[in-house]
Design a protein around this ligand. Structure first.
Ligand code: BGC
Length: 484
């Protein structure tokens, strides 16, 4: 996510005369990658009833269809490093755009259930590839001065995508009550943006870093002439790339056996695991269904979660630098803990009879959902990805981020694939207490193991890590000097 933008780093090379048009095109096409992630992730919430109306999936079938996106995401994330290296960044982006376009267009033809499910797997695969390639491409191709903001833009676009598809799906479902008309239109909304990304991808330049890696310096210079303004900027960029290519290169998977790497890998893995086990995707995927269990329906049930999620991602961008990562993680986890318990208690009081639900209980449920999503959007949403992009030493960054991304998708799949049936089997209140328990564990984990990574360079942190500084103090400038 906000990944390599941090790692390749913002240097001094800002443009004096504004950016060339191609730079805006690069940013727009890459932003579409983030948007498509969100469109696919947010698709289910307000389409589940329509899908069920056409395919008669039932609760478990619906969960299976939803969760297969995550399986595709795991495979896509696993293979994206290979695509990036061998196909190049541009062709990998085109490939992801092609998958998004064809899989959503094919779904719009309302094929048999196995084909529809294969398409959702393919969409997940595209998301897995895009979530690795887009930030990498941006970090390598966008001018240095805007790389940082481009990284966070990607994250923001995910939440905008979730919001947008939630809204269009609600509007389509209201306008066309027959699923054989509404469902194709829902899928075609994704196709529209996917096609923009695919065709837009053809005018993108290849990443100059990848070209240099492949010893195609002439072509790299030609790209930089298109994106940068002055010869001085071009020379500085080429010098920096050459220096980076002489530095430590990407290590293989065996790096996980090195003690210092293993330590930060555990932090990254647990961060991504908890990011999912606090229950976010139950709310993103099933909030209209869950609100329905409590007798809350209509626009409020359909749009509360995606709207709050998008709005509160904006302050996060500013607060991660002001408050730091850990403070945000605490604030978010406490907000989610309290609201999960409140929502669980509300469901317990409703029991099996939503018809008699009081106005107060409804208000508690809605308020809990709003504060819960606020808690996630402002903290664990962006921060888990950000910290994972910061803690790995350079030579193991690709391996570390591939593994942690796969962990994220694995636990996302677990939540998407089981939340509703867990509620049906153990009572509606149960799952909220389970997720509340994970929020508590997440707080303990942050207190004991997560370093504060604000305001320290990645190189300093790497130095601390290799000098054996304890995990929690990894982000402290003076940690080595004070004798750890
Ligand atoms: C998570 C996704 C989630 C999204 C919601 C991301 O950071 O990884 O699983 O759906 O946030 O905004």
């Amino acid at each position: 996510m906000a990944t390599q933008s941090m790692t390749v780093g913002a240097k001094s090379g800002s443009n004096s005369a504004g950016y060339k048009r191609i730079v805006y095109i690069i940013c727009a096409v890459a932003a579409l990658g983030g948007l498509l992630f969100g469109l696919d992730q947010g698709f289910i919430a307000n389409s589940l009833t329509t899908i069920d109306g056409y395919y008669h999936l039932g609760v478990q079938g619906g969960e299976r269809y939803s969760a297969i996106l995550a399986t595709g995401g795991i495979v896509g994330a696993l293979l994206s490093g290979i695509f990036a290296r061998f196909l190049g960044r541009k062709r990998s982006l085109l490939f992801a755009g092609f998958i998004f376009t064809t899989a959503s267009a094919l779904s719009a033809m309302l094929p048999s259930l196995p084909v529809l499910s294969a398409c959702r797997f393919a969409l997940g695969f595209g998301v897995g590839v895009a979530s690795f390639i887009v930030p990498l491409y941006l970090a390598e191709t966008a001018p240095a001065a805007i790389r940082g903001s481009m990284g966070t833009l990607f994250q923001l676009m995910i939440t905008i995508g979730i919001f947008l598809i939630s809204l269009t799906n609600v509007l389509i479902a209201r306008a066309f009550t027959n699923p054989s008309t509404s469902l194709p239109l829902m899928f075609l909304t994704i196709t529209l943006f996917a096609a923009l990304m695919f065709f837009g991808g053809f005018i993108l330049p290849e990443s100059p870093r990848w070209l240099m890696l492949k010893r195609r310096k002439e072509q790299a210079i030609a790209v930089l002439q298109r994106t940068l303004n002055t010869q001085q900027e071009i020379d500085a960029e080429i010098a920096e790339i050459e220096q980076a290519l002489h530095g430590p290169q990407g290590a293989g998977i065996s790096i996980v056996l090195r003690g210092y790497f293993f330590k930060v890998l555990v932090v990254g893995v647990l961060l991504q695991m908890f990011q999912q086990l606090v229950g976010i995707n139950m709310m993103i995927y099933y909030s209209p269904t869950i609100f329905g269990y409590a007798g809350i329906t209509g626009f409020l049930a359909a749009m509360t979660v995606p709207t709050v999620n998008m709005i509160f991602t904006f302050p996060a961008i500013h607060l991660v630098e002001k408050w730091g990562r850990k403070k945000l993680l605490y604030v978010g986890a406490v907000a989610m803990l309290v609201t999960m318990i409140a929502a669980g208690a509300a469901f317990q009081s409703i029991g099996a009879n939503p018809a008699g639900i009081s106005g107060t209980v409804k208000a508690v449920l809605l308020a809990s959902a709003v504060v819960y999503i606020f808690g996630f959007a402002v903290s664990w949403g962006p921060v888990a990805w950000l910290v994972c992009s910061e803690i790995f030493p350079l030579e193991g960054r690709e391996v570390g981020m591939t593994i942690t991304t796969m962990v994220n998708w694995t636990f996302a799949g677990l939540v998407m694939g089981n939340a509703l049936s867990f509620m049906n089997a153990h009572g509606n209140a149960s799952i909220f207490f389970v997720f509340g328990g994970f929020c508590l564990l997440a707080i303990l984990f942050v207190a004991m193991f997560v370093p504060e990574t604000k305001g320290i360079t990645l190189e300093e942190m790497e130095f601390n890590l290799k000098a054996g500084v304890p995990l929690r103090r990894l982000g402290e400038r003076s940690a080595v000097r004070t004798g750890n």
